[in-house]
Write a protein that binds this ligand. Structure first.
Ligand SMILES: NC(=O)c1ccc[n+]([C@@H]2O[C@H](COP(=O)([O-])OP(=O)(O)OC[C@H]3O[C@@H](n4cnc5c(N)ncnc54)[C@H](OP(=O)(O)O)[C@@H]3O)[C@@H](O)[C@H]2O)c1
Length: 398
């Protein structure tokens, strides 16, 4: 039996990671663990939020859209929960006194609520990779200043965290990538890919934005940036390798030639449970890895010609943290446009690249400077969104 007694909050409870987090909590509660829930949040999904309230019994629930306050109060009526709406309510969810906060809002929208948890020195289970890609150095600085514990939940970073025994004896990290749904698809076919095809990930069931990011390999590029900021390694010390079985979740190479890896079935409940029980481990009923069933593990070099996102991310990381902010924002705009069928699949990376080029050539080198505040980060994010939107509109009209 797991003895937790940890108060938790879940930012993004209605999403894929949020739902897996509920499952882990319910399973551990079923074993007798005491896991009170302080706060939960959603974007606009009131039905999903009400269902989460019934299952978790939180004290506070918030939605991102302020216009939904009345509707949210009605949807949650009788569930004994205080209700909030809008950006301040999301931040309140992060700021409320819980020991452990799951950061699982998608995109840069997750930054402010997660920072509210960081600022009070909470244990932050970080699924949202955009927090680090968008504001890496400032985010890490704040976590250190406030004594927050960052527990990576992205499966690759969680794997590295689990085997990073001698940080100063590391030669390099290797992030594994499934290769996504278009691993073996020709560029000609990828050009006509639909949102449904791009979201049909062969191994993981995830939200639509990260699914599209996996199809472009932008997800792996964002993870490269995330790893660089989180673990403090330069781009040249982080490799990416395609591993279609998604069984090895990353490698750490040490100076004596040893290579440590974490293996598991591709199931987000595993890194979530790890983060929830850390530094202990919890018993969860995830599929056990049967290597005789897996048979063989294969590895391939990513194809930079079909998947330019990786190099875009490396270039941004080398330019600096404003560039990674801009890249992430431009990608969010491009993915939205693709999911709404306004642009084609290959336009996603084109928009990101052109937005970066346009920002490099304007705004007195806005992305060459290192943001010194979250207000600076927001300004770069906004400039990149405007540039990406302009390019997306021109591509849609072409
Ligand atoms: N899914 C995975 O397996 C996985 C693995 C590793 C890392 N991650 C990372 O974890 C994060 C969440 O991924 P996901 O797949 O769980 O995404 P998802 O299924 O799309 O869920 C996103 C969550 O964020 C909420 N949300 C959306 N827009 C919002 C906004 N503007 N303000 C506040 N909340 C908002 C959604 O609420 P509504 O439901 O109301 O829209 C939902 O609760 C992403 O950063 C992703 O990269 C995911």
């Amino acid at each position: 039996m797991t003895h937790l007694g940890r108060t938790v909050s879940i930012l993004g409870v209605t999403g894929s990671v949020g739902q897996s987090t509920i499952q882990v909590i319910e399973e551990l509660r079923g074993q007798g663990a005491d896991i009170p829930v302080e706060a939960i949040t959603a974007g606009r999904n009131l039905g999903g939020l009400a269902e989460a309230c019934r299952r978790l019994r939180p004290k506070f629930a918030a939605v991102s859209d302020p216009a939904l306050l009345t509707a949210a109060r009605e949807a949650l009526n009788g569930l004994g929960v205080e209700v909030g709406a809008g950006p301040a309510a999301l931040e309140e969810a992060g700021a409320r006194p819980s020991d452990w906060v799951m950061s699982a809002i998608v995109g840069a929208a997750g930054l402010a609520p997660t920072m509210a948890a960081v600022r009070r020195g909470a244990m932050v289970a970080l699924a949202n990779k955009e927090c680090l890609v968008c504001a890496g150095p400032l985010f890490i600085e704040a976590a250190n200043a406030h004594g927050a514990t960052l527990l990576p939940v992205d499966s690759e970073h969680n794997a590295i965290f689990q085997v990073l025994t001698h940080r100063d004896r590391v030669e390099k990290l290797t992030l594994t990538a499934s290769g996504g749904p278009f691993r073996t698809t020709s560029l000609e076919t990828m050009a006509w890919a639909t949102p449904a095809q791009a979201c049909a990930h062969p191994r993981w069931s995830m939200g639509r934005k990260i699914s599209v990011d996996s199809a472009t390999l932008m997800n792996k590029g964002l993870e490269l940036i995330e790893a660089a900021y989180l673990f403090g390694f330069p781009s040249e010390k982080i490799d990416v390798i395609v591993h279609p079985e998604s069984t090895v979740h990353s490698f750490v190479h040490y100076v004596d030639g040893s290579v440590l890896a974490q293996l598991a079935s591709p199931d987000m409940r595993i890194p979530i449970a790890y983060a929830l029980a850390w530094p202990d481990r919890a018993t969860v009923s995830t599929a056990r890895l049967d290597l005789s069933q897996v048979g063989s593990l294969t590895f391939e070099t990513p194809d930079a010609a079909r998947f330019p996102a990786l190099n875009l991310c490396r270039a941004a990381l080398l330019t600096g943290s404003a560039a990674t902010t801009a890249l992430s924002a431009a990608n969010e705009v491009a993915v939205d446009a693709f999911l709404e069928s306004r642009i084609r699949f290959l336009d996603i990376c084109r928009i990101v690249e052109e937005a970066m080029n346009s920002l490099e050539g304007s705004d007195a080198g806005l992305i060459a400077k290192t943001p010194s505040s979250f207000a600076d980060v927001a300004a770069v994010d906004q400039a990149a969104r405007v540039a990406a939107q302009r390019i997306a509109v021109s591509l849609a009209a072409a």
